[in-house]
Design a protein around this ligand. Structure first.
Ligand code: PLP
Length: 287
């Protein structure tokens, strides 16, 4: 396996970073997760835009243009001869001294890992996930914006742990006002009386690329699609609930805080959107 690191492709064993890298010391950096479907790098432009916007927001200079970065990603996928894969792009502040000050980090580090994907087991797509709401809140947009996909994922990890300890597969994160925001690394949708709802991102959700693709597909397929705030109660009484994300794609939720959603099976609209989604993943992107 070959990994892009620094300025070239190196063997996996050689892909090691300094203990002084501020990505390691402080979680100072940004990242993206991207899928490759049958040689098509899905929505690469959108992922690159989000990566550069995250970097701009934290004053991190990515030492490549978007075009160069696109080529690096394509080269990494090709070198590993991958047809379907998961790509992780990381840009860290780079090595510095032990102080927080990022100005002593002179060389941001770019890492691109492309590897075969360990998918959720197929049966989970057929049966659906269980979800538990957690006590940790999504960070407020006026502190560190949820739009920054930073290397600081401790809160997301803690909510995942909390949900797992409650016996659920995934977490449901609320904001400090109690509105539903998202999962640990997935956006949430609910369906009620044929209308599809997802929280507006200003409540404190990452503007997921899969989320936006599903909003698009929902409208194209004639569904009423709304970005509206909702609470846990609305989730409990929904006809359907599903999550979206690069890794998870579209996955049904059949239980939330021990409440069975509808008849406890993945819903019709969820299944329809998943099948529409699977149609665009091989064409909408960069080959
Ligand atoms: N929310 C968070 C916090 C995430 O980290 C992710 C994963 O990228 C998502 C939602 C889903 O976004 P996307 O569909 O762009 O993968």
């Amino acid at each position: 396996q070959w990994i892009f690191m620094g300025d070239k492709l190196v063997k996996k064993e050689e892909a090691v970073i300094s203990v002084y890298d501020h990505g390691f010391l402080y979680g100072d950096g940004v990242f993206e997760g991207i899928r490759v479907y049958s040689g098509n790098i899905f929505k690469l432009d959108d992922h690159l835009r989000r990566l550069y916007e995250s970097a701009q927001s934290i004053m991190l200079n990515i030492p490549y243009t978007k075009e160069e970065m696109q080529q690096i990603i394509i080269d990494t996928v090709r070198k590993n001869q991958l047809d379907s894969a998961y790509i992780r792009v990381v840009v860290s502040r780079g090595p510095g001294n032990l102080g927080l000050d990022p100005t002593n980090c002179l060389q941001p580090r770019v890492i691109v890992i492309a590897e075969e994907l360990a998918l959720f087991p197929k049966e989970l797509y057929e049966r659906g996930l269980t979800v538990a709401s957690v006590s940790s809140r999504r960070n407020r947009p006026d502190v560190l914006s949820p739009q920054v996909k930073s290397l600081n994922y401790l809160n997301n990890i803690l909510v995942k742990l909390e949900a797992n300890q409650a016996g659920a597969h995934e977490a449901l994160m609320l904001n400090d006002q109690g509105y539903v925001t998202e999962g640990s690394a997935d956006n949430i949708f609910i369906v009620k009386n044929g209308t599809i709802y997802t929280p507006p991102v200003y409540l404190g959700a990452l503007e997921g690329i899969t989320r936006n693709a599903i909003i698009d597909l929902a409208r194209k397929n004639g569904y009423e699609m709304r970005e509206t705030p909702f609470t846990r109660h609305d989730v409990y009484v929904a006809d359907e609930v599903f999550l979206t994300g690069t890794a998870a794609e579209v996955i049904a939720v059949v239980e939330v805080d021990k409440r069975t959603i509808s008849d406890g099976k993945p819903g019709e609209i969820t299944n329809h959107l998943l099948s529409e989604f699977r149609k665009i993943v091989t064409t909408d992107g960069v080959h």
